[in-house]
Design a protein around this ligand. Structure first.
Ligand code: CTP
Length: 408
């Protein structure tokens, strides 16, 4: 699926807080992601930022209380409230939170919130003392109970000069939360997807290890794509410098054995497993407790095979039981399709992603992949050069079809 923000109507409520300037960044990011963004500013917000700022980034009129009483005034709030897929109030001041909690509707924003039929997300922003005040806490609790999605606040420097809990979360975090929220009703809603990513690390001594060139990018992109379809995603990954997509749970592992333990432990709570990780096939027989010194010599490393996770899973899998769909990868530098279809059969997979790593623009560490999807029923689908994000979308699209077939 495309980005779930694309084409959505987002109402962005902006209240009186210094963090209002960050709302301009959020409005811009939402617009760049394809949303139609209608901004509603409270009178206090106008003290911090002008409608023109928002109009410039959204290319749409930003509404103020002048629109509540003027022209088509009496229906404006109903119209806005009905058309939105999501109302995001960021920053949400303590004052607006109090009004929302008690159904006070004295501005276009609060009246729209009261009339809205769509979910409401709020990002509190205030001084730490105001946030901790029992009145604010009680108001937030009321809103949570009523289904409002409360994001933050974060800890850090506040306008008062104090450091504490009260800062609005960053626009990039809010964007991720909005994306996650808008995807939740997707075709993989309530479906648990486990994705493995990265190359495992097999220690030789406390400082040295055997690993491979996998960056984890394809696995992270798969987690993102599954989240965009509404799935509950767990990413089992080795250390990478990639950012976990918002909404995904994570389990950090290092060795093939740790990855095997994690995958096999949660296999029966997993509906779809996508093994994108590059798991080491061999590991040192033993790990030296202390760093091996140069003087002591280092002529060879004795290796032994690791567990083949997919094979181990295939042996205990029962048809119709979890994981219902298992997708593997085949990284090949020669005889791509023959080798991949052998693995498809040997590991009893529903689908394998044959990945040609001989090309310079595909495989490890680069941003693109050349993939062919091979299915257990003999079908295949070949793709031209794709970004790893685009490849992930195609792979997850097929996972949805395979999963839905098994469900019916
Ligand atoms: N895999 C696994 N456990 C291993 C090695 C690989 O579960 N110990 C999984 C990978 O995550 C991938 C698939 O098996 O989804 C194929 O991995 P690949 O390295 O291409 O194949 P191998 O089975 O290791 O065979 P070879 O290295 O000989 O090509």
């Amino acid at each position: 699926m495309a980005n779930p923000i694309d084409g959505k109507n987002i109402l962005l409520g902006v209240t009186g807080s210094i963090a209002a300037y960050k709302a301009a960044d959020l409005a811009s990011k939402l617009t760049q992601n394809g949303a139609v963004v209608d901004v509603i500013m409270t009178p206090a917000a106008l003290k911090f930022i002008t409608p023109l700022t928002f109009q410039s980034v959204t290319t749409r009129k930003a509404f103020t209380d002048d629109d509540l009483w003027g022209g088509e005034g009496h229906v404006r709030h109903i119209g806005l409230g009905m058309a939105g897929d999501l109302l995001v109030i960021a920053p949400a001041s303590a004052n607006t939170i109090a009004k929302l909690a008690h159904g006070i509707a004295d501005s276009l924003l609060t009246v729209t919130a009261l009339a809205a039929r769509c979910p409401i997300m709020i990002a509190p922003a205030m001084d730490g003392g105001m946030f901790e005040n029992p009145a604010t806490q009680a108001n937030l609790e009321i809103l949570r109970q009523r289904g409002f999605i409360v994001i933050g606040p974060a800890e850090g420097h506040m306008a008062s000069g104090l450091v504490g809990l009260g800062r609005m979360v960053e626009p990039s975090e809010l964007l991720g939360q909005i994306r996650w929220h808008l995807a939740k009703e997707g075709p993989l809603s309530k479906v648990r997807v486990m994705v493995t990513a990265g190359g495992t690390q097999e220690p030789i001594d406390p400082v040295r290890m055997i690993t491979n060139r996998s960056s984890g990018k394809q696995g992270y992109a798969l987690a993102r794509a599954a989240l965009d379809e509404g799935a509950e995603v767990t990413l089992v990954h080795t250390p990478t410098n990639l950012v976990l997509p918002i909404g995904a749970a994570e389990t950090l592992v290092h060795t093939a054995q740790e990855m095997a333990d994690a995958v096999l432990k949660y296999a029966d709570q997993t509906d779809i497993l996508i093994m994108a990780a590059a798991v080491a096939d061999f590991k040192p027989v033993s790990k030296a407790d202390q760093k091996i010194k140069k003087d002591s010599g280092f002529s060879n490393i004795q290796l032994e095979p690791t567990m083949d996770i997919l094979k181990a899973l295939a042996e205990k899998r029962v048809h119709g039981k979890n994981p219902k769909v298992v997708i593997g990868f085949a990284a090949e530098s020669q005889e791509l399709l023959q080798n991949a279809s052998k693995k498809l059969a040997a590991k009893k997979l529903e689908m394998i992603v044959a990945n040609d790593i001989s090309a310079r623009d595909a495989g490890f560490s680069v941003d693109t992949n050349r993939v062919t999807l091979l299915f257990a029923d003999g079908r295949s689908k070949e793709f031209l050069l794709l970004t790893k994000e685009a490849a992930a979308i195609e792979i997850v699209k097929e996972a949805v079809v395979l999963y839905q077939k098994i469900q019916h």
